[in-house]
Design a protein around this ligand. Structure first.
Ligand code: ADP
Length: 579
């Protein structure tokens, strides 16, 4: 170790030794010299001490520098280690790069190859492009040619469309005409079939009518002839008169049926819906037919299933009455024994509530194969049957038409030789609780006839037909004091003018010079009070309405029924001319 490495103590010890040595060497030197030496020694010691301090400082600095170096060295070692690692990394990266470079060289070669290919292809494409440009130009030329051609086609197409539309229209027209023709042809076929059928029916009708008219006429004329014989007893006279009356009734029934059928055929048959009591109708049928049925030894039963307001219905009571009358008439006509029952039941289905009427008999019955045909016009179940010969075969077809007009159905359940039940339905339409109107008229027929002494009327009978005039005169003679006769409308007006106290005019509608309508209008100009009852053979509702409009108070249908006429007189003079 150098001096720099000696501690202060060692240095001081060395200095003391040097001092001793020095002092021992100088003992012989005089004092002066010795003092000088001592001073020099002191200076030397001070110099050495100064040097020592410098050395110590220096040593401390060296230590620090040493530490500094040591630290730097360590840092360098670390850095060196890091550099080694970084180096290794770089070596690795270098290797990778070399590999990549090799790959890139290959890829580059490939690209060079591809590039040259592409260049070739580009050259080809340039050629192709030129070709395409040429073709394009050609195509454009062609396209413009096509546009022109297209316009031409569009124009032609429009023309064609227009023609097509016209053709479609014409076609439709033709189809329509064809359909119309087909319809017409079908109608013609139907009409032909109908005509053929109606031809047959006409023949049957004529044969039937001839029979139906001749039979009662035979009775009327024959028995009228017999009545002329003076030696007849009063009883026999009554018997003959009864036959004449019955035969007349039969003819009237036939005429009424023919009128009904022709009204149905021409669509003129209308319904007159009003409120009525279904029980009153059944009661009336019962009262009306009971004597006739019981006379035959047959029991007559009725069944009513609705009561009170429930029995008030809205329908056409005259038609229901007509159907029931016809069915009961047939039941009487075609049975000799047992029971006849008339009634009704309420039948409800999912969609409707109906009144189902029935007329049941224990008569001859109807073979199954004829059960539908009997509802057709002029058809009788068995023409060879003697009983069937009495009748024109119209009743059931009229009944069927009436039922259908009222919105119902009619059918029969029957067994040959056992009996028949005829059913018909009408929709059950409840009426408000109000007094029925027309059914009163039905009931009127059963009311007792007036007593002759009750009235003293001044009458005018306006009637051009002598027999009719005679008949009415005979009917009303007992109820009048004076009876004027007029043969024309004009005469009727004159008589009225001259006799303002006339109570009642029985005015015929069809008269010469002035008809009943016109005569009534004229009379009403100066006499508003006289009661005018029109007598008409017309069955048309319109005519009846016109009669009232023209000033008549009421009307009565021809042939005049005595009790009906008296009921009317009663209606207008009940409290007026009572004796
Ligand atoms: P007709 O005037 O002939 O009675 P209808 O139309 O009333 O005409 O009846 C047609 C036919 O139906 C009759 O001729 C008869 O053969 C048959 N017929 C109708 N009602 C009955 C009944 N209650 N019993 C048996 N046959 C009947």
């Amino acid at each position: 170790m150098s001096d720099h490495g000696k501690s202060r103590k060692e240095i001081r010890d060395e200095l003391k030794e040097l001092q001793q040595e020095f002092l021992s060497s100088i003992i012989d030197i005089d004092d002066k010299k010795r003092i000088q030496l001592e001073q020099e020694l002191m200076i030397a010691i001070q110099g050495v001490s100064l040097q020592n301090e410098e050395n110590a400082k220096r040593a401390a600095e060296l230590i620090i520098a040493n530490l500094e170096l040591k630290f730097l060295n360590e840092e360098k070692a670390k850095r060196a280690a890091e550099l080694v690692i970084a180096n290794i990394e770089l070596v690795f990266q270098n290797n990778e790069k070399s590999k990549r470079a090799a790959e890139l060289i290959i890829a580059n070669k490939e690209l060079v190859f591809q590039n040259s290919e592409k260049a070739k292809r580009a050259a080809e494409l340039v050629i192709a492009n030129i070709e395409l440009v040429f073709q394009n130009e050609e195509k454009e030329k062609r396209a413009s040619e096509l546009i022109i051609a297209n316009k031409e086609l569009v124009f032609q197409n429009e023309e064609k469309s227009r023609i097509a539309a016209k053709l479609i229209d014409a076609n439709k027209q033709l189809i329509f005409q064809n359909e119309e023709k087909e319809k017409r042809a079908a109608e013609l076929i139907l009409a032909k079939e109908k005509a053929e059928k109606s031809d047959l029916l006409k023949t049957a009708f004529l044969a039937n009518m001839s029979h139906e008219i001749r039979t009662p006429m035979n009775g009327i004329l024959g028995f009228a002839e017999l009545l002329k014989e003076t030696e007849l007893t009063a009883e026999i006279q009554q018997e003959y008169l009864e036959v004449i009356k019955k035969s007349g009734g039969r003819m009237l029934n036939l005429i009424n049926n023919i009128i009904s059928i022709s009204k149905i055929e021409s669509g003129l048959m209308e319904t007159d819906l009003q409120e009525s009591n279904v029980n009153t109708q059944i009661d009336f049928i019962h009262a009306f037919f009971k004597p006739q049925i019981e006379k035959k030894g047959i029991q007559f039963l009725i069944k009513k299933t609705l009561y009170g307001e429930e029995a008030l219905i809205k329908s056409d009571p005259e038609k229901i009455y007509g159907i029931l009358t016809n069915l009961v008439n047939n039941a009487i006509k075609y049975s000799e024994v047992g029971v006849i029952e008339v009634g009704y039941n309420l039948k409800s289905t999912e969609d409707s509530v109906d009144l189902e009427f029935y007329v049941k008999d224990k008569g001859i019955g109807i073979p199954e194969e004829r059960q539908i045909a009997i509802f057709e016009r002029f058809i009788q179940a068995d023409i060879s049957d003697k009983m069937a010969l009495e009748g024109a075969g119209l009743g059931l077809s009229i009944s069927k038409a009436y039922v259908e007009l009222l919105g119902g159905k009619i059918w029969v359940e029957s067994e040959d030789g056992v009996g028949s039940t005829f059913y018909f339905t009408i929709p059950y339409q409840k009426a408000k609780a109000k007094k029925p109107t027309k059914t009163i008229f039905l009931a009127d027929k059963t009311e007792k006839i007036l007593k002759p002494k009750d009235y003293r009327l001044k009458l005018l009978i306006a009637e051009d037909d002598k027999i009719s005039s005679m008949l009415i005169t005979a009917m009303v003679k007992k109820y009048s004091t004076v009876i004027f006769q007029a043969k024309t409308g004009l005469e009727a007006v004159e008589i009225c003018k001259n006799n303002p106290d006339i109570d009642l005019i029985l005015m015929d509608i069809q008269m010469p010079e002035l008809n009943g309508f016109e005569a009534t209008r004229k009379i009403r100009e100066f006499n508003k009070d006289v009661v005018i009852i029109a007598q008409t053979a017309s069955v048309l509702t319109d005519d009846r309405e016109k009669i009232i409009e023209d000033g008549c108070d009421d009307y009565i249908s021809k042939p005049i029924n005595k009790s009906e006429l008296l009921s009317l007189i009663q209606k207008y003079f009940d409290t007026y001319h009572v004796a």
